[in-house]
Design a protein around this ligand. Structure first.
Ligand SMILES: *Cc1c(COP(=O)(O)O)cnc(C)c1O
Length: 448
């Protein structure tokens, strides 16, 4: 008897399923290989013209777990991304997943396949920079326009909807301030608006779940229609591979596959292999530990005299703690506030704050072994950056002010180092920054 026949019916816990799989994959024969070999075949041997014809004819048809896929050409389908897609769909409680070369390839595929000329998108006013650029620069060239509003307000959402709205788009927690957007509340608004619309006109809720990861939050179970991911971050987890995915009900699969086939942004099989073999199986273990560190570091920062405020959904002081507790829950039902935090330094003026943050981060970059100055997030290494002048520099200053991104703001993505070391390195740099500020105030105000 084949091993997969043995185990197919059992229902394992999510953490186990991410390591071993709890389903019967038609994408690989697991009888011999414990780990699937890296596949690198652009084309596949076909036994007959009839089989080749079937491969093309059935491409893009709904999820079919009964029949083994017919592989023809890598840009259509290949075994490793196929297996990864099965696991991602499972992780996000979706019917299916379609992988892409990067997070941006996944986001642009999801939005472009849902909209046509004249359609409107309503998006939260704070988004990942390239997503903002896609919505504000590229899609308008195709006649698709976006209204950026505060999606924390149901009234603002309702008044932004028109007969042309096709998509509501958001990230939660929001990068970098970690604001939480209530997916259930958005679902309630959109359900009402959709009640009188035909199937093709219905508004679709798309959530970028990169920050939380499916370990901390499953938007499809909270009312979202589609989840998009940058696999590059916590899902790949080691900082070695880029990737993206769209996860949703099976009715979206055909368009996404056809879009990927024609626009060509496929996930490289080598990257699919890394994410499948290293990334997803360790996601839960990494998140549990990164979260633990985030909690310790958030509490430490909150007590430091140079820190003005710390935003971390796990802290008692977090303004949306109740909503976070409802929305961010791990597979085993525990509150899962994630591995990212945002904090601001104390300063009298904005320019002083920006200077203090720059001094502090530069000091960390120079003297800390376990915290690296780098963009990206969700890696085994702890990463620090200044959103105001780095990742979010393209936003107008008035917008940054209104959404709470301060010149003295700092984003920290916790890695897997021992949190005592992270804390010690942060403390050294904070203390040196404090000394610098004191010295400077003497220079500026010699009489005091
Ligand atoms: C990084 C990121 C993206 C883009 O992903 P890439 O893999 O870099 O293309 C999109 N959304 C969020 C929230 C991200 O952090």
């Amino acid at each position: 008897m084949k091993k997969k026949d043995n185990v197919a019916q059992k229902s394992y816990r999510m953490r186990t399923a991410m390591v071993d799989g709890n389903y019967d994959s038609k994408h690989w024969e697991y009888d011999h290989h414990l780990v699937p070999p890296i596949s690198s075949s652009v084309a596949y041997r076909l036994s007959s013209v009839h089989r080749g014809e079937e491969g093309f004819r059935h491409f893009g048809e709904a999820v079919d777990l009964q029949n083994e896929p017919i592989f023809v050409y890598d840009r259509l389908d290949e075994p490793l991304s196929g297996m990864l897609e099965e696991k991602l769909a499972y992780a996000e409680s979706g019917d299916m997943a379609v992988t892409f070369a990067t997070g941006m390839a996944a986001i642009s595929a999801a939005l472009s396949s849902l909209t046509r000329q004249g359609d409107e998108i309503v998006a939260h006013n704070t988004l990942y920079g390239c997503t903002y650029s896609l919505l504000s620069h590229w899609l308008p060239k195709h006649g698709i326009h976006t209204k950026f509003i505060d999606l924390k307000s149901s009234e603002k959402l309702l008044s932004a909807l028109t007969s042309r709205t096709r998509v509501v788009y958001l990230e939660t927690p929001v990068n970098p301030t970690l604001d939480i957007i209530d997916i259930g509340a958005i679902k309630d608004c959109i359900s009402k608006a959709n009640a009188t619309k035909s199937e093709e006109e219905k508004i679709v809720i798309v959530v970028d779940n990169t920050f939380a990861t499916p370990f901390c939050q499953r938007p499809l179970t909270l009312g979202a229609d589609i989840v998009v991911h940058s696999l590059t971050k916590n899902i790949a987890g080691f900082g070695t591979d880029m990737g993206g995915a769209v996860i949703a009900a099976s009715k979206y699969q055909r368009d996404l596959l056809l879009y990927r086939k024609d626009f060509g942004g496929i996930l490289a099989p080598r990257s699919a292999w890394s994410i499948l073999v290293y990334g997803l199986p360790t996601l839960a273990a990494r998140m549990v530990n990164q979260q633990k560190s985030a909690m310790h570091i958030a509490r430490f920062l909150e007590k430091h005299p140079l820190v003005k405020r710390v935003l971390y959904p796990g802290l008692k002081s977090f303004p949306q703690k109740q909503l976070a507790e409802l929305q961010m829950v791990s597979y085993d039902g525990r509150f899962a506030p994630g591995s990212l935090l945002y904090f601001e330094l104390k300063a009298c003026t904005d320019s002083e704050g920006e200077k203090a943050a720059e001094f502090f981060i530069d000091d960390v970059a120079r003297s800390s072994r376990c915290i690296s100055l780098a963009v990206s997030l969700g890696q085994v290494r702890t990463l620090i950056e200044a959103p105001y002048s780095m990742t979010h520099s393209s936003l107008p200053s008035e917008l940054k002010d209104s959404i709470g991104i301060s010149p003295s703001g700092i984003r920290l993505s916790l890695g897997l180092e021992d949190w005592h070391d992270i804390e010690a390195d942060l403390k050294s740099s904070l203390d040196r920054t404090e000394t610098m500020l004191k010295l400077q105030s003497h220079v500026t105000y010699p009489s005091s």
